[in-house]
Every structure is written in C-alpha cells, then in structure tokens.
Design a binder for this molecule. Structure first.
Ligand code: ZN
Length: 190
C-alpha cells in the first residue's frame, strides 16, 4: 500500500496511460504484472464522491480471457472470482491455473461480496485537479478466503472513519464497459 503515493506522483505518465489503456483494452493481452499495476492505479483514481461529472477518470485495466469475468461481473451485481473445480481454491489475480493443486479446471464463481479491510491508507493530497480528496485505498480480504485480497477504494463513508478490520461489502462503479469493484462499510454486519 505504501507504493501508492509514489505511483500517484507521476501525473504525466498517468494521463498518458489513461488514454492508452482505453485504446488497447480490447485487443492487447498484457502480462499479469501489468494487470496488478492497473489494479493499483485504478484504485487510486477515484474518491468517495457521488456523481461529479468532472471527476478524475480511472485508468482502466486491459481485459483478457482470465480477468474479464472479474471486471465485468458487476454488470449483474456479481463479484466473480476464479475458483478451482478440483480443490475449491479461489484464485486472484485471475488465472486459469490453480496454484494450489495445479488443476486447469478453473471457472469464475460469484462470491458474497463481503470482505474485511486488512490494510489501508488515506490519501489527502490532490495529485490531479479533479481528484477528490481525501480518499481511502485499501486492501480487502474476501469473506470466503483470506488470501484473496483486492486493491480497492472504500466509499460511501467518511474516509477518516475507516479502520483496518472493518467489515465491508462490494458495490460496483461502471467505467465504460467495466464494473470496478469498490467497497463500503457493511452496516448490516456491525
Ligand atoms: Zn485447485
């Protein structure tokens, strides 16, 4: 998490990439490391705001066969995580290979959308003109499996009230044809 401020401190590169990512998103298969990089950037690109038209645009990840379900399941209100049909292990970032039992019987499965914050930081610095601050960048572990951890924003709450250990639930923010999984406090759970 402490990498994030450093990444955000590169506005020229970020703006350039925002345009490039959209252009190549449908056709270019990128390496897994690039996908993870996009996850981090996308998580930093939005604040806990509501409907501002001039909000800072997210840098969108490139879709491929492995990650498409994760980034588009929100269209149906589902958080889809790849799961092994042999041993039941959830796999994230998404691949078609189970690192636990080496099976290739892997398909996206909906999970509850409930998670717990395991790490977080609050960004107060407005790195770009339309970036709404403060906002929370968090690492959350899904309820079903502790080592499935998503980089995300915590929204619909006071950023300064968010704490490690808080229970959260997923919601989705549509960006073009992707649905970005974000999380908000799970008030039913408290
Ligand atoms: Zn397996």
């Amino acid at each position: 998490m402490d990498e994030t401020p450093h990444r955000l401190a590169e506005p020229a590169r970020e703006d350039k990439h925002a345009f490039q990512a959209v252009e190549i998103a449908r056709s270019c298969k990128r390496k897994r490391r690039d996908q993870e990089d996009s996850l981090i950037r996308s998580a930093g690109g939005q604040a806990s705001m509501s409907g501002e038209e001039d909000k800072f645009p997210r840098s969108l990840p490139a879709l491929d066969d492995d990650n498409q379900a994760f980034w588009t399941g929100g269209a149906n209100g589902e958080l889809l995580i790849n799961r092994c049909g042999e041993c039941g292990y959830y796999i994230h970032p998404p691949t078609s290979f189970c690192p636990s039992c080496e099976s290739r019987d892997v398909t996206p499965q909906p999970v509850s959308g409930k998670a717990e914050i395991v790490s977080m930081t609050v960004n107060h610095r407005q790195w770009f003109p339309n970036l709404q601050v403060p906002y929370v960048v968090a690492l959350v572990a899904i309820e079903e499996q502790d080592d499935v951890r998503l980089v995300t924003n915590i929204v619909d709450c006071d950023p300064l009230s968010v704490r490690i250990g808080d229970k959260v639930k997923v919601q989705f923010e549509q960006a073009e044809d992707l649905w970005i999984p974000l999380f908000s406090p799970d008030r039913e759970d408290t």
